[in-house]
Design a protein around this ligand. Structure first.
Ligand code: 5GP
Ligand code: ZN
Length: 113
C-alpha cells in the first residue's frame, strides 16, 4: 500500500532506526519514545490492525510478538516489559498498519491509561 506509512518504512522509503528484520517482520525505534526502549514491530504484510486480521494472519501476528521478545532479551529488559497493540482510534491507534509496541527499560504501571 503506497499510502501506508509503515509499508513505506518497510520498503525503505522513509528512514528509521532499524532494530531487526526477518522474512516476515520489521522492527524499528519509535520516533516518539514513551520508554527507554520503545520499538515498533510490524508485519511486512499490510494488515490494518488486530481486528482486521484473519486466521491466515495468525502466524505473522505471533511472529511479531516473538520478534519483540527476542529484542527484549537482547536489550536485557526481561525483568519487565510490555507488548501493546492499540486497536482502533479509541485505544489510540493512529497508524493503520498492525504494529506491536515493545516498551521497557523503566517501571511500567498497571492498568495503563
Ligand atoms: P499507534 O498510536 O498507532 O498505536 O502507534 C503509532 C506509533 O508510530 C506511535 O508511537 C508513533 O510515535 C509512531 N510513529 C508515527 N510515525 C512514525 C514515523 O514516521 N517513524 C517512526 N519511527 N515512528 C512513527
Ligand atoms: Zn501498511
Amino acid at each position: 500500500m503506497n499510502d501506508c506509512l509503515f509499508c513505506r518504512i518497510v520498503a525503505g522509503e522513509i528512514p528509521v532506526k532499524k532494530v531487526y528484520e526477518d522474512e516476515h517482520t520489521f522492527a524499528f525505534e519509535d520516533v516518539n519514545p514513551q520508554a527507554p526502549t520503545h520499538v515498533l514491530v510490524v508485519p511486512k504484510k499490510h494488515i490494518i490492525g488486530l481486528k482486521e486480521a484473519s486466521a491466515e494472519d495468525a502466524d505473522i501476528v505471533g511472529l511479531c510478538h516473538l520478534a519483540a521478545a527476542q529484542i527484549a532479551r537482547q536489550r536485557g529488559i526481561e525483568n519487565g516489559y510490555r507488548t501493546v497493540l492499540n486497536v482502533g482510534p479509541g485505544a489510540g491507534q493512529s497508524v493503520f498498519h498492525l504494529h506491536v509496541h515493545l516498551l521497557g527499560g523503566r517501571d511500567l504501571k498497571w492498568p495503563p491509561g
